[in-house]
Structure formats: C-alpha cells, structure tokens
Design a protein around this ligand. Structure first.
Ligand SMILES: NC(=O)c1ccc[n+]([C@@H]2O[C@H](COP(=O)([O-])OP(=O)(O)OC[C@H]3O[C@@H](n4cnc5c(N)ncnc54)[C@H](OP(=O)(O)O)[C@@H]3O)[C@@H](O)[C@H]2O)c1
Length: 327
C-alpha cells in the first residue's frame, strides 16, 4: 500500500509516497481502509517543525482525521465494511495517521457513521471540522434556535460549518471576514450581517449577541466579549489571529459581568457526540462546503496549498483508487 512517511521536518516539496506493508489489526486497534481525508493546519506545523521533537516516534505517517471502511477488526463492536470516521487523540502524531491507504487506528478514535447519506468526498470534510464546530456550538455555547451568534473568523472552514449549522437551526448570525471579496459568499451561506473586520469592528458590530464563536482568538477575544448580552457565552476555539495566549488576563475586569467564557478542544471525540452530530447533519440535510479536492498522488500540491492558504476552504484528499477516477 501507499503511505507518506515523515522522517524529519521537511518542506512540502520533499514529501514522498512510499510502498509499505498493510498493517494488521491488534487488540483495541482496527485497520481502516482510508477513502479520503481532510487536511488541517496542524499537519503543516507538524511536518515543518514539531516532528523534530524527541517525543515523536519516527518515521511517522501524518494526518489527524480520515473517513473510510473497517478492513480488519478483532473487536466485536466493529465489523469489516463498517463506514467510519476517525480523528484526533494523537492520530498522525503519537501514532500513524491518515496519509496512507490503510491505517491502524485505536478503537477509541474510530467512530461508526453507517447512517450517513453523504458521499465519501463530502464526508471527508466532516470529522475534525464539523466535530469542532458542533462541539463549540452545542457543548460549549449551548446554542439554541432563538439565539443570535457572532462568528469571528466566519470564512474559515470551521466558521463556514458553524454558520451552516447555526442558520439551519434558525439563529441570527453575524460573521466577520478580513476580505471584502468574501462578503457575497457569507451572504450566500445565509449570514444576516457581514462585518469586514479590519479597523472598525466596534462601529460595525453595533449590537449585542447571545453567543460568540471566537475563531480569530486571543487577538480579538476581549474585544468580542464586550458584545455579549447578559447571560451570553463566548467560546474560544480558534487562533487565526496568530496570538496564542492572553497576556495579563484579568478575569475580574476582562469578563463583563454576567457573561461567560469557555473553550473547545477537539481532542476528545466520543461515539455519542459523533452520533448526535451525524443526526443533526441528516436532519437538516447538510451538505458541507468543500474547498479544493486533491488526489493522494498530488499530496505535495495539497500540502503546499494548505501551508500557503490556497485550499479555498476545507481541503479533502481522495485516497481510494476507484474514487480517484471520479475526480
Ligand atoms: N480548538 C480546537 O480544537 C480546534 C480544532 C480545529 C481548528 N482549530 C483552529 O480553528 C481555526 C480555524 O481553523 P480552519 O482550519 O477552519 O481555518 P481556515 O479554513 O484555514 O481559515 C482560513 C481563513 O482564516 C482567516 N484568517 C487568516 N488569517 C487571519 C487573521 N490574521 N485574522 C483573521 N482572520 C484570518 C481568513 O479569512 P478572511 O480572508 O475571510 O479573513 C482565511 O481565509 C484555526 O485557528 C485552527 O487552528 C481549533
């Protein structure tokens, strides 16, 4: 089978696909035939920098998520042919991930999705992005149909999926972009008010909301919190602004009275939440928005586009030979 193996940090152009043995199932680990996988920024960071840390075993197959079919299982809960998604929990970092035709994955990170109607490519856009969006909206923000929601960083893959789910629920949605050219797209998604987030966010915002999904992150978080209604919640999920920590954070003064600050970390998916999420997607017939779709043979181009922000939304890489013929 084909696999990408990283031996040390490298540029995208140096990525190689190797021929390796198909892994065998073992206790608590199943073999998944990878049909497709979504790409994530953390994979570019892992390849370029993090992999050199001594605590990562090498070589390592990267990729923190995939969709596919159970190929081999010793576990009664999974049988050959089950449709599954897999994500996080160390995938593509502490153990080999999705950039390969067959992946040996721990059962705690593999979830059955036999009831999805999505085709493989659209399903490929779901695991990490929709799980994070769903968890942020419903576990952390406790979003309800009559809520107003601000999505700061609305055109990110995470922002788009959150907007789609919130609009399907019936929420009023305000979303930001730093690019005037994306106003039409956000309106096409159903956004009620688009803010071009450059210098005068405050003047354009001009109203309070019940919930805020903060994807730009620490750079704008405290400013955003001033626009929460009393009882409102802000969820810090993204770091698009490139600032990773709040320095000199003073909770007494920085969290407005009667408002709440929470976060969401996608590292702990469970079958229950994945079931709920797939039910939600089915109930509203949600079709995820796709960015560029690549063949596994074009993994270098896909990795370059990911690194330089050229994937036009959620990038999906098709691994299965038959599915590749449909591209
Ligand atoms: N908490 C978790 O567990 C978790 C899980 C997954 C992802 N994340 C984080 O969530 C964020 C979104 O991820 P994604 O993969 O959905 O992102 P993405 O699709 O790559 O987002 C790209 C968009 O982000 C916006 N952007 C880029 N730089 C920006 C800046 N300096 N300020 C404001 N906006 C900027 C741009 O939109 P415009 O051109 O429209 O401004 C760009 O088109 C990332 O920070 C990611 O690390 C967190």
């Amino acid at each position: 089978m084909k696999a990408v193996k990283l031996y040390k940090s490298c540029e995208a152009k140096d990525i190689k696909i190797e021929e390796v043995e198909i892994p065998k199932a073992k206790e608590n680990w199943v073999v998944v035939k990878v049909m497709a996988f979504g790409m994530n920024h953390s994979e570019a960071l892992f390849r370029k920098f993090e992999i050199d840390n001594d605590y990562f075993e090498k070589p390592r197959v990267p990729g923190i998520e995939c969709v596919g079919i159970i190929e081999e299982s010793l576990d009664n809960n999974f049988k050959k042919g089950d449709k599954v998604i897999a994500l996080m929990g160390g995938m593509g970092r502490s153990f080999d991930g999705s950039y390969q035709e067959y992946a040996l994955l721990p059962i705690k990170n593999v979830f059955k999705v036999n009831n999805t109607n999505l085709d493989w490519i659209h399903l490929g856009a779901i695991p990490e992005t929709y799980f994070t969006a769903y968890g942020s909206l419903f576990q952390s923000l406790q979003l309800k149909e009559n809520n107003s929601l601000l999505v700061r960083g609305g055109t990110s893959a995470l922002g788009i999926s959150s907007i789609i789910m919130a609009k399907n629920l019936g929420c009023r949605v305000i979303a930001t972009t730093t690019d005037e050219n994306k106003i039409d797209y956000l309106q096409y998604l159903g956004v009620d008010k688009v803010i071009v987030d450059k210098n005068n966010f405050k003047e354009q915002m001009n109203e309070k909301v019940d919930k805020i999904l903060e994807l730009v992150g620490a750079r704008t978080l405290l400013e955003s919190m001033n626009f929460l209604n009393e009882g409102g919640i802000c969820c810090h999920t993204g770091l698009l602004g490139g600032v990773f920590e709040l320095n000199h954070f003073d909770p007494i003064k920085d969290i407005p009275n009667g408002t709440y600050l929470t976060g969401f970390y996608s590292n702990y998916p469970t079958q229950n939440i994945i079931d709920e999420m797939i039910d939600f997607i089915n109930t509203y017939s949600i079709q995820p928005e796709l960015g560029n779709v690549y063949s596994f043979d074009d993994i270098i181009k896909a990795s370059e586009d990911l690194e330089f922000g050229r994937t036009n939304g959620k990038a999906v890489v098709v691994v299965d030979e038959e599915l590749k013929k449909t591209l």
